[in-house]
Design a binder for this molecule. Sequence first.
Ligand code: NAD
Ligand code: DAU
Length: 350
Amino acid sequence: MILVTGGAGFIGSNFVLNWLAQSAEPVLNLDKLTYAGNLGNLAALKDDARHVFVRGDIGDGAVLTRLLNEHQPRAIVHFAAESHVDRSIHGPAEFIQTNVVGTFALLEATRAYWSALSENAQKAFRFLHVSTDEVYGSLGADDPAFSETTPYAPNSPYSASKASSDHLVRAYHHTYGLPVLTTNCSNNYGPRQFPEKLIPLMIVNALAGKPLPVYGDGQNVRDWLYVGDHCAAIRAVLEKGISGEVYNIGGNAEMKNLDVVHTLCNVLSTLRPGRDYASQITFVKDRPGHDRRYAINADKIRRDIGWQPVETFESGLTQTVRWYLDNESWLTNITSKAYQQWIDLQYARP
Ligand code: NAD
Ligand code: DAU
């Protein structure tokens, strides 16, 4: 079996669902169920014996040791993290705790478990660390896209915590020989994304007739990747990646935020006509330290692993909007009191 951390979150749950749709190999899913974790994401697996869910913290060494020894996974795919940049600006401590200290605890428990495996099992074992393109910092309009050799220059508490975890993973390979893989991916979107991130937040607000809050001048650029394509990339790297290597993953879909929001309004107008969604666009104060542009050079994963995205931004966005329109109860459950408190804090007038 494989151990997945953070498998009740956005990308992790999509990964677990995709994995079990394509493979008979069971998944042990360790998730703390923070505000971002949601067992409703995994409802389709309720009666599936191949999915074993454990509520727990990656920072809890005793739980990790017990789970590893009991279930003997052949690989770990590590998604668990605090993932929202704006939250890291309001409260960085949790990001250091989970992303840095938690990843360290996971690496330590993994090292002890892996050291005791047979030589063949040690060779076959993989620790795949899911990271972000934000560790590379911010690009100017004409700079070349991030490659695997771009120097790290994280700018937010979130990206600094992810960069720290990347360095720890690298060190465990270099020093102890732990067979690790690191992936640095661009902005994901798709079903089951918590509506604090740009695309689901805009969908929720658009449908509710609320303002669509664009930070600053709306000209910041992100590279967008459909979550199903990210999951396929991770599976491919797990299967074919070379131990110790880093793979950048991107969607070849650089877009300015304002263009993303306009495209979304157009998709909504087609699938749920009756409102002038674009008229709800509102410019709000900028994110402090807001990175201007991210772009991914994904040549290495295309060349060495043979992966490339299947969805275009338009096809992925249409599927995404359709999913949110078809899953209103998921949204109702998500948009709890705690969610409202976050929205009030983040979008309160200065
Ligand atoms: P998410 O916030 O939706 O989900 C994170 C999950 O981790 C949640 O289920 C949460 O309960 C769990 N978790 C948090 N702290 C934990 C802890 N201490 N122990 C166990 N579980 C814990 O995040 P996401 O968007 O799905 O991102 C998953 C991973 O992918 C993260 O590592 C993130 O840095 C990375 N990533 C995300 C994106 C993106 O666009 N969303 C892009 C590139 C990389
Ligand atoms: O690049 C990968 C990263 O993408 C991941 O590592 C992070 O986990 C993920 O959250 C995402 O980070 P971003 O900060 O790029 O995503 P977010 O959806 O928060 O914002 C996308 C862009 O939209 C960014 O330029 C800020 C802007 N934005 C965001 C929100 C929430 C707005 O203009 N208005 C908003 O209300």
